[in-house]
Every structure is written in structure tokens, then in C-alpha cells.
Design a protein around this ligand. Structure first.
Ligand SMILES: Cc1cc2nc3c(=O)[nH]c(=O)nc-3n(C[C@H](O)[C@H](O)[C@H](O)COP(=O)(O)O)c2cc1C
Length: 328
């Protein structure tokens, strides 16, 4: 017959095993920032108004819509259209401006609980610096520099298409804020490794790969573009494109990569991590299922068990195939 002490020890060891079996989902994102899990919203795809529809306190972090120093309205409707396995948007750059953001929206993001990452943009290089200066001292875990904005001082060329402009923007923001900087790269560049290295050299703690892909939807009957000049393609249609960029960017830099593009499931998260991402952002999936991120997070622990990994971050950059040369 088992003694009471033996029964107690047996119960304790069962609990220990259960505890041990629970996967460690935490991730490190550079600059001392640790998240409880790797899943966060992509900029512009989640706001405090959606918080009641999911366990938003359980998100790894929350990333705000890109905010500009000046107040601006976005593009007129119609701004979204569905495409095969994806979505095209031309929301433009609506922004409450630095002061409006600080007094209103930022406080609401901060009340959600997870670390807040503020996405900042600019239509000229100094505008990035102005918004950084305006938000310096705020309770913000990190800034994400959205370099997929047109530089209106240089004929509208996308800042993220030039390693030099990325370097200038990021170095200037780096001087103005203490928090870790993430740089969210533009996908349509000649060599993702080159722009990734420019961001790293200018002081980025991590890079996000990537923003939406310039695309066009055509209506055969009216022979018109469905969304004006075109828009940004997102959703499952872009996942293989983003995965490749993540793999190539991760091979080029020593800082963490945050994967973004078409993620809708826990399996997608793991695929991005294997390709080199340390964390992920979820955008379009939230438009179809507002609680998509919560569902993805709850799927990670069972998936880790199936894959036999105790620590999710052990999967990062474990792709079993050749990685590109660092010089590419
Ligand atoms: C409606 C909409 C608005 C967006 N707004 C922003 C934005 O303000 N800043 C930004 O960096 N990216 C923005 N994005 C791009 C997303 O953050 C993300 O990079 C892109 O949607 C790819 O991820 P997904 O395929 O999971 O949607 C937006 C995307 C959508 C669909």
C-alpha cells in the first residue's frame, strides 16, 4: 500500500510533468524586450475597438496603426477589396497626428495590457524624427519604423527602397528615443539583405519583414482598377513571398526578424519561425476572424507538443535547406 508521502510525491511529479510539458512560448526581441508569446497584430490591422472580441491581454504585444507627426485623412472609400486568397487595400495614411495620438489612442492601447509598440511614419525624413521626438518619454515598449512611405521630397520614392534613406531615417530616430527600434521593411526591393543590413547598421534592434505588396485588381466589365491607382496586397496570397523574404533577411543580419504576411494559423507561425522569424505579426486574418490572434496563440502549445519542442524559440532559423550567402 502506498504511503501518504508517496502519493503526495506522485501527485507532485504528475504536476511537474504537466508543467514541464507546457511549452515555453516566450521570445526575445532585442534591446532587452521579452514577450510572453510571439504573436502580435500587424500595424493598421487591430485597434482597441476590437479588444472586447478576443483575449487581447494575452497578445505578445500590440502594434499601433502607423502614426505621423501631422494630422492627415486617409484615402476616400472604397478602400478594401477581396482578391484570390488575399485582400487589397488602399487605406492611405489617416493619422490623428502626434498630439491627437498621444492624448487619445495611445492611452487606449496602453490599457490593453501587453507591451505597446508604436508604428511611426513620415512623408519626409524629418517627419519620422518629429514624431519620435513628440513621443519620447511615453510608456512605449518599442517603436516600429514603417519605411514603406513615399518620400515627397524625392519624387515620392519609397523610403524603404533605398538603403541610404533607411539608414538616415533610422539613425535619426535612434538619436531621439531610448526604446528598441524595429524597422518594418518594404517587400519590393532588389536585395532584402541589403536593406536589412542598413537598418541593423543604423541601430535597429529588430526588423519586421514585411509590409504589403503593391498590386492591382481590375474589373473586366468597367475596365477600371478596382481601387484607384492600386493598393497593397495582403493575406494568405503573400505568405510564400513573405516567408522567402524572412529567410533571406534573417540570413543577412544578427538581429531578430519579425515575420509578417499571410499568417492565419499556429502552423503558419511555426513555419515563419523555422524560416528565421523570432516573432510574428498577424494582419488580414483579423479582418476575417477578429479573434484570429487568440486562436493562433492557443494553438501554439498543442502544436509544440506535436512537434516535440519544449521551447518555441528553439525553432527559430532551423530550416533544413541551404540559406543564402550573406553577401547576397
Ligand atoms: C487595412 C490595412 C491597413 C494597414 N495599415 C498599415 C499601417 O498603418 N502601417 C504599416 O506598417 N502596415 C500597415 N498595413 C500592413 C500590415 O501591417 C501587414 O504588413 C500586411 O497586412 C501583411 O500582413 P497580413 O498578410 O497578415 O495582412 C496595413 C494592412 C492592411 C490590410
Amino acid at each position: 500500500m502506498e504511503t501518504f508521502a508517496l502519493q503526495k510525491a506522485r501527485r507532485r511529479s504528475a504536476v511537474d510533468v504537466a508543467r514541464l510539458d507546457r511549452a515555453d512560448l516566450s521570445v526575445e526581441l532585442g534591446g532587452g524586450l521579452q514577450l510572453s508569446n510571439p504573436v502580435m497584430p500587424a500595424s493598421g490591422c487591430f485597434g482597441p475597438e476590437l479588444a472586447p472580441l478576443l483575449d487581447s491581454a494575452g497578445l505578445g504585444a500590440v502594434v499601433t496603426k502607423t502614426v505621423f507627426a501631422l494630422e492627415r485623412s486617409g484615402n476616400p472609400a472604397h478602400r478594401l477589396t477581396e482578391t484570390d486568397s488575399g485582400m487589397l487595400n488602399s487605406v492611405g495614411i489617416p493619422s490623428p497626428g502626434a498630439e491627437g495620438f498621444r492624448a487619445g489612442l495611445l492611452r487606449r492601447y496602453q490599457q490593453l495590457g501587453p507591451p505597446v509598440v508604436v508604428s511611426i511614419g513620415g512623408l519626409y525624413i524629418e517627419e519620422y524624427w518629429e514624431i519620435a521626438e513628440a513621443l519620447d518619454g511615453e510608456d512605449v515598449a518599442a517603436f516600429e519604423v514603417n519605411v514603406s512611405c513615399p518620400n515627397l521630397e524625392h519624387g515620392g520614392i519609397t523610403i524603404g527602397s533605398s538603403a541610404d534613406m533607411i539608414g538616415e531615417v533610422v539613425a535619426g530616430v535612434r538619436e531621439r528615443v531610448e526604446q528598441p527600434l524595429w524597422v518594418k521593411l518594404t517587400p519590393t526591393v532588389v536585395a532584402i539583405g541589403e536593406v536589412a543590413r542598413a537598418a541593423e547598421a543604423a541601430g535597429a534592434a529588430a526588423i519586421t519583414v514585411c509590409n504589403s505588396f503593391p498590386a492591382l485588381a481590375v474589373d473586366a466589365f468597367s475596365r477600371r482598377s478596382v481601387l484607384g491607382k492600386g493598393g497593397g496586397l495582403t493575406g494568405p496570397a503573400v505568405k510564400p513571398l513573405a516567408l522567402r523574404l524572412v529567410r533571406d533577411a534573417a540570413a543577412a543580419v544578427d538581429i531578430p526578424v519579425i515575420g509578417c504576411g499571410g499568417i492565419t494559423s499556429a502552423i503558419d507561425v511555426v513555419e515563419f519561425m523555422i524560416a528565421g522569424a523570432s516573432a510574428v505579426q498577424v494582419g488580414t486574418a483579423t479582418f476575417t476572424r477578429p479573434d484570429a490572434m487568440a486562436q493562433i496563440i492557443s494553438g501554439l502549445d498543442p502544436l509544440c507538443r506535436r512537434l516535440g519542442v519544449q521551447r518555441l524559440s528553439d525553432l527559430v532559423a532551423t530550416l533544413d535547406s541551404p540559406v543564402p550567402d550573406r553577401s547576397s
